[in-house]
Design a protein around this ligand. Sequence first.
Ligand code: ADP
Ligand code: MG
Length: 367
Amino acid sequence: MGIRVIARIRPQQQHELGKDVIVSTASNTESASDQPTLVKIPNPKNESEDFTFQFSGVYDHTATQQQIFDNEVTPTIKHLFNGFDVTIFAYGSTGTGKTHTMRGSKTLAERGVIPRLLSGIYRRARKIDKDSGGKKTVEITLSYYEIYNDKVYDLFEAPEKRTLAGLPLRDNGSKTVVVGLTERPCENLKDFEKLYDQANVNRSTSATKLNASSSRSHAILGIKLAVTTGDEVRTSIASAIDLAGSEDNRRTQNGKERMVESASINKSLFTLAKCVEAISQKDARVPYRESKMTRILSLGQNNGLTIMILNLAPVRSFHLDTLSSLNFANRTKRIEVREIENEPVFKLPPRAAVPSISGPSIQRQPL
Ligand code: ADP
Ligand code: MG
């Protein structure tokens, strides 16, 4: 069903106060809605000129966790219960708010997309159960794994049990499955929170053991729904992904291990970008087989919905990484050569409607 790409610009952090803010938002004058859809950032080679990028939605530092969830994620829950897969990514450099967006923190107001999604799923499941007088039941099963250096590790397993080789993949009909991945039935939000917290501890423990950082792995939470009516079972999966930092580690790191890491992070994010582009342009061929992550997620298959949240920092120290994030779905590294007429490339979907096909586009802003 397509891809919706939105941008979220985080607030300045304490130590950034007083620093130069270079990223701003704007509404599209051709759109009926006041919701900003444009992000502006100076051309690093000519600061008197701005680049403008267009998304399905743009959120600035004032956006709350609740707003992001209500506007972008709530509409997908219905689809999930109708048997469609939903995939939600947080993309961006380290320190731009991916984990904040996906996981958030413990206070109710600061809970991220993931706990809110689970809460919404359990609420709907209980309602279905009740309304059908128990004739229709919903079972929820979780998996949680990370992909580090293109290897898959189970986060529901204690780090000691990890083998360096990771878990193998196997093609199973039209789907690719991770062989040996733990699947945990989980009946309520409270149990989810326990499981999820422990798994996140596993994630940072094993990163520390490898002398790495969890910002270099992709963390993928799979929420499998099985809706049973009589002898018919309909399954669907929501995947919530906190991606590895998209910064170019080659700029700052040069050890051999870091180079291997960078190469595999860059390759999987590059493949992801190609898939996003292919899906948003309705290409018949989506190159999802080119990385483990995209293969497991079967992006572009099964008529699913994908939401990409581009996390951005507002300050100058992130300038080049912000530009490359903004640019990633276009795959074109040299955005200067891609001039596009100053008109929306993709139709803007109505607000809070079903996410529809719309990728980011670049417009060169005339002075
Ligand atoms: P990432 O996971 O992309 O590396 P984090 O989510 O850890 O980034 O965010 C970096 C810092 O910025 C954290 O201290 C986080 O709490 C803060 N932060 C990020 N986004 C927001 C936001 N929308 N509101 C308030 N603080 C934020
Ligand atoms: Mg993080």
